[in-house]
Design a protein around this ligand. Structure first.
Ligand code: PEP
Ligand code: MG
Length: 326
């Protein structure tokens, strides 16, 4: 059975009634492209860029970043690579960074907030990404932890600045690089209609969205049992994000851990996600589940599920459905 799944890993994931779902990989090292491809990834849905900044005495220079992103893009081409700009802060801190004293790091200086406080530093990474995009034209960029339009517009201004500099210096870059925003703070969900006017795609980071929505620290073992992707609030937020994005004509991915969990696949299909991005090992199984699903049935299931009021009830019905269908 497993052999069979692996053999079919390179075929597309299409439901029995003909809906194709793009299945992508989350990685953080260029070397992982091999595994992503072997497991049938149709693109990189999330490239976490923090690694190059950690465990060293000073931050990387533009050229080093450029070479890293260029290699990544070339290895993956013609499939696309979604590079997330730096999400340092919380638990990820470079040794070169001045220590940040904060009682609640997850609610503190992190992600785009940190980058917007150090714009020259931020611009260096954006320049490297833009330049790498010129090589095989398959890089997309997204910003993490955006809480609203103010931050998005400021980040876009830094991006425009980077482009202007590169133009002036006569350096090649991808003028038309697609830009996305991660939806992982509840306030971003509330203003998703405005955000959608400013970007080409949304990527829902459920790891953080669940943490911030439920007020449950994603790394605190004392409350780990309460961290539930099936909480009705989480599902309603996802539904709202997808319908808002589709009204605006842009696609939505989920790149949190939730997307690689087989049990949730019927739910995510019924919620009309356009693509799912996950750790490479999860891809063959998820593709296989998509192939055995019927979109119509998943939609009906979501209608029914969204009337349920507890995560426990939703989990029970989901388990029933998965047992019946798969
Ligand atoms: C997320 O928050 O769901 C996500 C994909 O980003 P990270 O896990 O790196 O915070
Ligand atoms: Mg996140």
């Amino acid at each position: 059975y497993l052999k069979n799944i692996t053999r079919k890993a390179h075929l597309p994931a299409v439901t029995l009634d003909g809906r194709k779902i793009r299945v992508e990989a989350n990685i953080e090292l260029v070397e992982e492209v091999v595994s992503a491809k072997d497991h049938g990834a149709e693109g990189i849905g999330l490239y976490r860029t923090e690694f190059a900044y950690l465990n060293r005495e000073r931050p990387p220079e533009e050229e080093e970043l450029f070479l890293e992103y260029k290699e990544l893009a070339e290895l993956m081409a013609p499939a696309f690579v979604t590079i997330r700009s730096l999400d340092l802060g919380a638990e990820k801190l470079g040794a070169w960074m001045p220590p940040i004293e904060q009682e609640n790091p997850a609610l503190g200086l992190r992600g785009i907030r940190l980058c917007l406080q150090h714009r020259e530093f931020f611009k260096t990474q954006l320049r490297a990404i833009l330049r790498a995009g010129a090589v095989s034209r398959n890089i997309r960029l997204m910003f993490p932890l955006v809480s609203g339009m103010g931050e998005l517009l400021q980040a876009k201004a830094v991006l425009e600045d980077a482009k202007k500099e590169l133009r002036r210096e006569g350096k090649a870059f991808d003028e038309a690089m697609a830009l996305g925003v991660m939806i992982e703070v509840p306030s971003a969900v509330a203003v998703a209609d405005d955000l959608a006017q400013e970007v080409d795609f949304f990527s829902i980071g459920t790891n953080d969205l669940i943490q911030y929505t439920l007020g449950i620290d994603r790394v605190n073992p004392h409350v780990a049992h309460l961290y539930d992707p099936l909480h009705p609030a989480v599902l309603r937020l996802i539904r709202h994000v997808v319908s808002t994005a589709h009204d605006a004509g842009i696609p939505v991915t989920i790149c949190g851990e939730m997307a690689g969990e087989p049990l949730y696949i019927p739910l995510l299909l019924g919620l009309e996600l356009d693509s799912l991005s996950m750790n490479p090992q999860a891809i063959p199984r998820v593709k296989n589940l998509v192939r055995r699903s019927t979109l119509e049935e998943c939609r009906r299931f979501v209608q029914q599920t969204l009337t349920l009021t507890t995560a426990g009830h939703i989990r029970d019905t989901l388990q029933e459905l998965v047992l019946r269908v798969f």
